[in-house]
Design a protein around this ligand. Structure first.
Ligand code: ADP
Ligand code: MG
Length: 281
């Protein structure tokens, strides 16, 4: 049920079809994803929503080759990667074509590397000269609205919101075809959540392809062009964000839209207003 949006480059940055993932062996074998199909074009932001355990992180991990798929296919920037070996996946990740931002920024960032070192590492791997890498790293700090002074600090010296912005900046520096953000705002307080959502919206407007995963429709609603709804391992509905919110078709989507807690009971007035502004921008 994908509604493909035509773009300048018609080749999708991500093309997933009929993806199956199982965990465990023998009697313990459980299906975590069933027949998941999703395309993401360059410049597009796709939200993936669903409750805890619906398979969101599994989808992200499969697309990064961190968990093996048992069926279906994955194409990244036109490259057929489904049959890749561990080594090939690792090489693909090192090339930085797809970047991943976790819910907990401490997992995305090496605690022993300064912010600056974390930012320039992907560039050095790509062979960018050190001085140029530093200049680009600083520019990306500004892009996520962080002060240059943070360059020399360790992740442990930053607030949760600052760390998550550094993780986003680190994902950006290598100029990947696609960034997958798995619950990027779920661990943040409301002020930082709004700040990171604004940055994601700026990235979307600048044409960076994003997959924004969240259990919270309210967080995704203002940022995503399209929304994919995962329910018990199946993508039950994929469509234009407004259509999903205004005329949800699947009963589970209706339930999600009807109860979207962030829209109704956003903790602070500022957050409510920011969410409303994002939704109506
Ligand atoms: N490493 C794993 N081993 C076994 N089962 C797992 C593993 N990771 C996730 N699962 C199971 O797969 C299902 C989907 O999990 P997950 O993708 O983490 O969902 P979500 O991110 O939507 O919360 C859940 O039932 C979960 O318990
Ligand atoms: Mg998850």
């Amino acid at each position: 049920m994908s509604t493909d949006v035509p773009t300048d480059d018609d080749r999708p940055v991500l093309d997933v079809a009929g993806l199956e993932v199982h965990y465990g062996r023998g009697r313990r074998r459980r299906r975590a994803l069933h027949g998941a199909s999703l395309t993401v074009h360059s410049g597009e932001t796709v939200g993936v929503i669903g409750e805890t355990g619906s398979g969101k992180s599994t989808f992200a991990r499969a697309v990064l080759g961190l968990v093996r798929s048992s069926g279906g296919r994955i194409r990244i920037a036109g490259e057929e990667v489904s049959g890749y070996s561990h080594q090939q996946w690792r090489a693909l990740r090192r090339r930085g074509v797809v970047q991943y931002v976790f819910q907990d920024p401490l997992r995305s960032l090496d605690p022993d590397l300064s912010v600056g070192e974390s930012l320039i590492e992907p560039l050095l791997i790509q062979g960018v000269p050190r001085q140029e890498a530093i200049a680009r790293g600083r520019a990306y700090l500004a892009r996520v609205r962080l002060d240059e002074e943070l360059f020399a600090l360790l992740p442990g010296e930053l607030s949760g919101g600052q760390r998550q912005r550094v993780a986003v900046a680190r994902a950006l520096v290598a100029e990947p075809a696609l960034i997958i953000l798995d619950e990027p705002v779920s661990a943040l307080d409301s002020a930082n959540r709004v700040g990171v959502l604004e940055i994601l919206k700026e990235l979307r407007d600048a044409g960076v392809a994003l997959i924004f995963i969240s259990h919270d429709l309210g967080s995704v609603a203002g940022v995503a062009d399209r929304i994919a709804v995962l329910y018990q391992g199946e993508l039950v509905e994929v469509g234009d964000a407004r259509a999903i919110i205004n005329t949800p078709r699947h009963p589970y989507t209706r339930l999600l839209v009807g109860s979207a807690p962030t829209l109704r009971s956003a903790a602070t007035r500022a957050e409510r207003e920011a969410l409303r502004a994002l939704l109506h921008a």
